[in-house]
Design a protein around this ligand. Structure first.
Ligand code: URA
Length: 259
């Protein structure tokens, strides 16, 4: 479907209407190689090539980004005091309608999905849809074997809320680390679960959502776009033992040093 050029630019970038008028006026915008100053012309977003200052603006109705969140950033679109995960999105992937799907605490690290797809975000976050999220935590005290049973029965956390059954395992070769699978995301949930068993979380990293692991090639603070296959993986469930086995084989060489 055809769309006005100025509307296209407004939807697909971070430029404001004023920025767009200025860019047009300064002859920075071209359509199929021809400079235009007219924002009202109609373009075909799927087939016309739009460039701003020589950089192509690629049309995407929906966008899916995976961020490897460092500590110190909040999962919000705006914040009065702290930098947000959106600040870490490079300009060429940034647009006004993206938001983090779910929360990691300011001091937590790891996988965050940033998207403009509200329906997908809902599917990933709703406990009813059974999309697991996986975390590795460094604990103050060593892992105790009965955690497995307590977590699987549903831990009652501070405030009296009962959590859904969760899977937890001690990490191989590291008695003060645990790997945990959750199907919900209550406020500070993992930390509160370990507090309920008289332990506490010193560091937390989200490693996987659904069947999609955080890609190894994205460093802390980096972001990459994922495409159709990986979005499908986000929505797929793999049996816990399988995920844990895969995780275990990688574990000793990688995570022990990292945490
Ligand atoms: N649980 C927590 O306690 N913190 C997070 O950041 C994510 C899950």
């Amino acid at each position: 479907m055809k769309q006005r050029l100025d509307r296209f630019l407004s939807e697909q970038t971070i430029y404001t209407r004023t920025d767009i008028s200025k860019l047009l006026w300064k002859r920075k915008v071209s359509v199929n190689g021809k400079i235009t100053r007219e924002g009202e012309i109609k373009i075909d977003p799927q087939n016309d090539r739009v460039e701003v200052s020589g950089n192509e603006i690629i049309y995407r109705e929906k966008i899916y980004l995976i961020l490897n969140k460092p500590a110190g950033y909040v999962c919000a679109t705006e914040d009065k005091t702290d930098p947000t995960v959106i600040d870490l999105v490079p300009d060429q992937l940034k647009r006004k309608d993206i938001f983090p799907a779910g929360r990691l605490d300011k001091d937590s690290e790891g996988m965050v999905l940033i998207t403009n797809d509200g329906a997908l975000s809902h599917r990933i976050l709703s406990p009813k849809k059974h999309i697991p999220k996986y975390y590795i935590v460094k604990l103050r005290e060593n892992f105790v074997e009965n955690y497995e049973r307590l977590f699987s029965e549903g831990i009652v956390i501070s405030g009296g809320e009962k959590c859904l059954p969760a899977n937890v395992r001690a990490c191989p070769n590291a008695e003060n680390m645990a790997f945990i699978e959750l199907f919900e995301g209550k406020f500070h949930q993992v930390k509160r679960m370990f507090e309920s068993v008289e332990n506490s979380v010193e560091k937390l990293v989200r490693t996987q959502m659904g069947s999609l692991e955080i890609p190894e090639n994205i460093g802390l603070g980096e972001c990459m776009e994922i495409l159709h296959n990986d979005v499908e993986k986000l929505l797929k469930q793999t049996p816990f033992e399988e995920v844990f086995k895969r995780f275990s084989t990688k574990f000793s060489s990688y995570w022990i040093n990292k945490l």
